[in-house]
Design a protein around this ligand. Structure first.
Ligand SMILES: Cc1ncc(COP(=O)(O)O)c(C=O)c1O
Length: 278
């Protein structure tokens, strides 16, 4: 059998009790799509991981070594979701980071779950979460291991009609979904909430910002979001998802998200063919 989890390069499924990722969430992760051994967005994931290490004052893992782990855990899978976890490693009791840190890498693969084809074609409905994102510029943007806000938010709804939830910051400004970034087309402009105070700088978000050079990163008001002509989510696993409803507000699928879906497919991501009804 092929080991789908490797820890520090060895088939294993247990981490040391003194690992700081477990004790304090002292580490980072990436979740990426791997197609027949190839990760189309690899360099973007490695960039964000390196930036996270810099921000947390941790050594960075060697992308080549990570790549070898990814290849090993994905053997035989055509379409996999890989979770790559990098912690500061084991340390003595207490918050003070060990110097130097050893680091611990865990790479785990699972088959990609079926895409929500109806959601991709017709849009998804968002639950409005009451959980607020705290303002913390020191952690904003990076994909650190502390995800309790997302866990609380995702625990707020159990109705399968909501594929995702809208998350706002402490001031009630929309920031993102629980595991995706948010875009809106307002007055002809493509906008996405800034992620310098909370939120994660998504890899798929960065792609969209690259495709649309005049897209802007802004602070969005909740009422302004309702004035949007188009709202959509981005995720490196689920791709480009139109938003069809938030509360009483309904949207048609718009041309910008359709353009994003086409470009997403052009990256080689398996993607349903959408037949537009006229
Ligand atoms: C909190 C959060 N924001 C945004 C994203 C989207 O990021 P990416 O495009 O890198 O998948 C994720 C992905 O899981 C996430 O967990």
């Amino acid at each position: 059998v092929i080991a789908r989890v490797r820890i520090d390069g060895v088939a294993a499924s247990t981490v040391p009790a003194a690992d700081r990722g477990l004790a304090y969430g002292d580490g980072l992760f990436e979740t990426l799509r791997v197609l027949a051994g190839r990760a189309p967005l690899w360099s973007l994931h490695m960039d964000r991981l390196a930036e996270g290490c810099r921000r947390l004052g941790m050594p960075a893992p060697d992308p080549q070594v990570l790549g070898d782990d990814v290849a090993a855990v994905c053997e035989g899978l055509d379409d996999a979701v890989v979770r790559l976890t990098w912690t500061r490693g084991v340390g003595p009791r207490g918050y003070a980071p060990p110097q130097p840190a050893t680091g611990m890498r865990m790479v785990a693969a699972a088959p990609m779950p079926a895409l929500d084809v109806v959601g991709v074609a017709q849009g998804i409905e968002l639950f409005e979460c009451a959980t607020r994102l705290a303002i913390q510029p020191a952690l904003a943007g990076i994909k650190h291991l502390n995800r309790l806000e997302q866990v609380l938010a995702r625990h707020e709804w159990h109705d399968a009609r909501y594929a995702e939830g809208l998350l706002c910051d402490m001031h009630g400004h929309p920031v993102c979904a629980t595991a995706a970034n948010l875009f809106a087309v307002i007055d002809g402009e493509l906008l996405t909430p800034a992620v310098d105070r909370c939120g994660v700088a998504g890899v798929a978000r960065r792609l969209v910002l690259g495709w649309f050079g005049d897209a802007r990163q802004v602070e969005l008001d909740r009422p302004t979001l309702d004035t949007a002509d188009e709202v959509f989510l981005t995720s490196s696993i689920r791709g480009m998802l139109p938003v069809r409803a938030i509360g009483a507000r309904r949207w048609q699928v718009g041309p910008i998200v359709r353009a994003c879906q086409t470009r997403w497919r052009d990256l080689g991501m398996p993607w349903p063919v959408i037949l537009e009804s006229t």
